[in-house]
Design a binder for this molecule. Structure first.
Ligand SMILES: Cc1cc2nc3c(=O)[nH]c(=O)nc-3n(C[C@H](O)[C@H](O)[C@H](O)COP(=O)(O)OP(=O)(O)OC[C@H]3O[C@@H](n4cnc5c(N)ncnc54)[C@H](O)[C@@H]3O)c2cc1C
Length: 358
C-alpha cells in the first residue's frame, strides 16, 4: 500500500501484536500458508473486544457480553474459518427480536438478518480460534528494534526481548498502533494512522441484573436517547447462564466520550435511567457491573482493508481499517494475508516435520 520501492522479501517468521479477531484470523491464515507465527497479547487471554465479563457464582455464574453483541457472516472466507476452527458447539444464531426508535419516536423492527453469537459467550469464539495457536499472553509489546536491514526485535514494556522476526503485524486500535510505531522510531509511518485515531469512539457499558423477567417482548433495542445507544437482554442469547435477566447497556459514543472520567455510580444511574425511560420498566436492577471502553468502535464505515509498509515489513490490520465490526476485523486480516501471498512476500517454512520421510 505504501513504500513500495523494494521488491518483496522472503518472510518466514511473523510476530502478530494482539489476539482479537483480526490477529487470530491473520495467524490462522498465515499458518495455513506454512508461515511461522507468534502472537503477543497484553491481556490475560485472546479475544480483544470479543469480550465477556464473569457474573457472580451466587447469581448463577456465566458471563455477559460486554463488547461485540453479535456478528454477521457474509464473507465466505469468514464462514469457512468459523466452520473449520470454531464449530457449531461454539457459535450459533441469536434469533433476537430487535427494535429501534426513529427520530419521530416511532418504534420499528431491525431488518431481517442472521445474527451470530459465541456459545455460551462471545469469548468462546476467540478461545476456539486460538486453540491451535501459541499466544504469549500478558505481554504488552512496547516497541520493535531493527537489528539489521531484514529483522525486527520485539521488546515488551519491561524491556524484555521477545525474539526476532522478519515482519510484524499490529492489530491494536489506531492510537495504540500509532504509539507503537512512534516508540519504535517509525514516526513517518505512525502519521498514516493519525486520521484513524479521532474516528475511534468510547463506550461506557453497564451490565444490569433484574431478579425477574421484565416481560418485554423484544430482546434488544436502540432508543432515541442522548445517553443510551443500545440495550440487549444477554439472557435471551442461547446458552447463557445466570439467574434473573441480565441486560447489557451501551452509552452513546458522544455521551461516553463526554463522561469518560465519570464515576461508575454516575454512569450507572444515567444508563439505567435512560433504560427505564425507553422501556417503562420501574424496577431497579439489584446487581451492576461497569466497563469503560476507550476505543470501542470506529465511526468510519469503510477503509483501505489493511496497511502494509513494504520497506519496513510492517502491517497494520483491525476492524477500524475495514469499516468496523467483527467481520470487518476478519476481512482486514484476510486482505493483508492475500496480499502477502499474491506478491510473493511469504517464504513458507519448508521444514514441515509432518511430511512423509523419504
Ligand atoms: C461495546 C462494543 C460493542 C460492539 N458491538 C459490535 C457488534 O454488535 N457487532 C460487531 O460486529 N462488532 C461490534 N463491536 C466491534 C467488534 O468488537 C470489533 O470490531 C472487533 O472485535 C475488533 O477486533 P480486532 O482484532 O480488530 O481488535 P481488538 O479486538 O481490539 O484486538 C486487539 C488486541 O490487541 C491487544 N493489544 C493492543 N495493544 C497491544 C500491545 N501493545 N501488546 C500486546 N497486545 C496488544 C488488545 O489487548 C486486543 O486483544 C463492538 C465493540 C465494542 C467495544
Amino acid at each position: 500500500m505504501f513504500n513500495e520501492s523494494r521488491s518483496p522479501r522472503n518472510i518466514r517468521r511473523i510476530a502478530i501484536i494482539g489476539s482479537g479477531m483480526s490477529g487470530l484470523a491473520a495467524a490462522l491464515l498465515l499458518k495455513a500458508s506454512a508461515v511461522e507465527v507468534t502472537l503477543f497479547e497484553k491481556s490475560r487471554g485472546p479475544g480483544g473486544r470479543l469480550a465477556a465479563k464473569r457474573l457472580p457464582d451466587s447469581l448463577g455464574g456465566g458471563s455477559a457480553d460486554i463488547g461485540a453483541q453479535y456478528f454477521t457472516i457474509r464473507n465466505p472466507g469468514f464462514r469457512e474459518l468459523l466452520e473449520r476452527y470454531v464449530g457449531p458447539e461454539h457459535y450459533t444464531t441469536w434469533s433476537a427480536r430487535l427494535r429501534y426508535q426513529s427520530d419521530s419516536g416511532e418504534w420499528g423492527l431491525f431488518k431481517d438478518s442472521e445474527r451470530y453469537v459465541g456459545l455460551p459467550r462471545m469469548t468462546a469464539i476467540s478461545r476456539a480460534l486460538s486453540e491451535s495457536l501459541t499466544i504469549n499472553a500478558r505481554i504488552r509489546i512496547d516497541k520493535f528494534e531493527r537489528i539489521d536491514d531484514d529483522q525486527w526485535r520485539l521488546r515488551d514494556t519491561e524491556g524484555k526481548d521477545h525474539g526476532c522476526f522478519d515482519a510484524v503485524i499490529i492489530t491494536a486500535p489506531p492510537a495504540q498502533s500509532r504509539d507503537l510505531l512512534a516508540a519504535s522510531g517509525l514516526t513517518g509511518l505512525s502519521q498514516f494512522l493519525e486520521p484513524h485515531v479521532s474516528q475511534m469512539q468510547a463506550c461506557w457499558t453497564v451490565v444490569a441484573r433484574f431478579p425477574h423477567s421484565l416481560g418485554l417482548d423484544y430482546d434488544g433495542f436502540q432508543p432515541k436517547s442522548d445517553i443510551l445507544q443500545w440495550a440487549a437482554n444477554n439472557s435471551s442469547k442461547p446458552g447463557r447462564e445466570g439467574i434473573g435477566e441480565w441486560w447489557v447497556l451501551h452509552g452513546r459514543p458522544d455521551w461516553s466520550d463526554q463522561y469518560q472520567n465519570g464515576s461508575p455510580e454516575f454512569v450507572t444511574e444515567a444508563l439505567v435511567g435512560a433504560f427505564a425511560q425507553a422501556t417503562g420498566v420501574v424496577e431497579q436492577p439489584d446487581h451492576i457491573l461497569t466497563h469503560r471502553w476507550l476505543y470501542a468502535k470506529s465511526a468510519a464505515t469503510e477503509g483501505p482493508g489493511h496497511l502494509w509498509f513494504n520497506d519496513e515489513r510492517i502491517g497494520v490490520i483491525g476492524d477500524w481499517v475495514q469499516g468496523g465490526r467483527v467481520e470487518g476485523a476478519y476481512e482486514s486480516a484476510e486482505s493483508l494475508v492475500n496480499r502477502l501471498c499474491s506478491d510473493g512476500s511469504l517464504s513458507p517454512n519448508t521444514q514441515d516435520t509432518s511430511r512423509t520421510p523419504e
